[in-house]
Ligand binder design. Structure first.
Ligand code: CP3
Length: 360
């Protein structure tokens, strides 16, 4: 059945009038109105945990721009925070855990959080946003991939060489697998609850899958994302909800990612859209993939680069325009506007009559 939203239709590769557009981190520091709230309220995590504030921030980019989707303002580290690891965000340093997970005993002590009591603030924020915008644009729920979330839980913070988690992966693969299983279990319940509370599509962010060897990627990242996909696709309440998997630097594994049964793959700017479509476009929709650094350039260049991405994908549905990764915090909102307007201006030609099913 056709949805009234072009974002949902494009995810299902059904005809649309123009290419839908939203972008990762669309609610964030590049917006002066976001910085103003952060100044007033204080830390990032405090903003995530206040449902009214999280709702207001989620809606900020939609008030400014003509976007086709909202994404709930939250973070992938809410699950380990709810597991009791003691999460703090230090200004300009990113996340820190007071009690990182380093051994089997620590993994065994981890409890699966309760979605309404421990993560109720996320559900409440989703209900509020849903109430405000579910008839205007669809709301995207999300979680991190178990592997990506585990990198922060084990390293305790952002990392350069991932030495601690990679030592665990090679020396004690069973410990890592046990940890990944627990995060997977929590993530299944988390996405299911987000959908029950109003999320109309979900996305799994695998920011660090691309640092793995092909064998390790399959075993320690993709197989757990696949479990989440199977969980959601085997339940009546969640089976219709489109799932987007995004492995940054995962371009060489598009076929494997498509084989999980997800609806769409997020791709970064290191991948040629035309080639990606040839490889997996008959199976899944593709989301991406403008280099976020293009937004530092003049509007004319932004427009030209948007056209390139649209042309690479070509005619027909199945493309969701996005950046190849999150927007950088020092980008001008005017340049974002230029990007969105270019998608609006140039994309309808790729969906004109006779072209709805694409020319692969
Ligand atoms: O896309 C959106 O607008 C939704 C909100 C969202 C945030 N984080 C808000 C945020 C989403 C989807 C995320 C996902 C997330 N969080 C990922 C995966 C996606 C990615 O970007 O790779 C990761 C790895 C995290 C963990 C995380 N959160 C880190 C490493 C950091 C610090 C680095 C940084 O960008 O500052 C955060 C903080 C964070 N998450 C901010 C925002 C808006 C910045 C907070 C602030 O200082 O105001």
């Amino acid at each position: 059945m056709q949805s009234s939203f072009r974002f949902i239709n494009a995810l299902k590769r059904q005809p649309v009038d123009s290419t839908p557009v939203w972008f990762m981190r669309q609610a964030g520091r590049y917006l002066p109105e976001y910085r103003a709230i952060r100044e007033r309220v204080g830390g990032f995590l405090g903003m995530c945990k206040n449902p009214e504030i999280a709702c207001e921030i989620t809606l900020q980019p939609l008030q400014r721009f003509d976007l086709d989707a909202a994404i709930i303002f939250s973070d992938i580290l809410t699950i380990p925070d709810a597991m009791g690891l003691g999460l703090h965000f230090k200004a300009n340093e990113g996340p820190h855990f007071e009690r990182p997970i380093r051994d089997k005993a620590a993994v065994e002590r981890l409890a699966i959080p309760d979605m309404e009591s421990d993560l109720g603030y996320v559900m409440q924020a989703i209900r509020l946003v849903s109430h405000e915008c579910r008839h205007r644009v669809p709301l995207i729920g999300f979680c991190g991939s178990p592997w990506t979330v585990a990198t922060y839980m084990v390293e305790g913070q952002s990392s350069r060489h991932f030495s601690v988690i990679k030592s665990m992966m090679y020396d004690e693969p069973e410990t890592l697998s046990a940890l990944l299983s627990k995060i997977t279990q929590a993530s299944c319940l988390y996405l299911q609850a987000q959908i029950a509370n109003g999320a109309q599509a979900v996305m799994i962010f695998d920011t660090w899958g691309g640092i793995l060897s092909p064998q390790s990627y399959q075993r320690f990242s993709l197989s757990y994302m696949q479990e989440i996909v199977h969980y959601l696709k085997s339940r009546a309440q969640t089976v219709e909800i489109p799932i987007i998997l995004f492995t940054k630097q995962g371009g060489q594994w598009l076929e494997n990612i498509a084989a999980t049964g997800c609806d769409a793959i997020g791709i970064d700017w290191t991948v040629d859209m035309a080639k990606a479509r040839q490889r997996v476009g008959h199976q899944v929709a593709l989301q991406g993939n403008l280099d976020p650094a293009v937004l530092y350039a003049e509007p004319k260049q932004i427009e030209a680069n948007v056209k390139t991405v649209l042309t690479e994908y070509g005619s027909g549905s199945g493309h969701i325009f996005n950046l190849g990764h999150g927007i950088y915090p020092d980008v001008s909102p005017d340049n974002v506007k230029a990007m969105i307007e270019a998608v609006r201006r140039y994309s309808p030609a790729f969906h004109s009559k006779g072209n709805e099913h694409g020319s692969l």
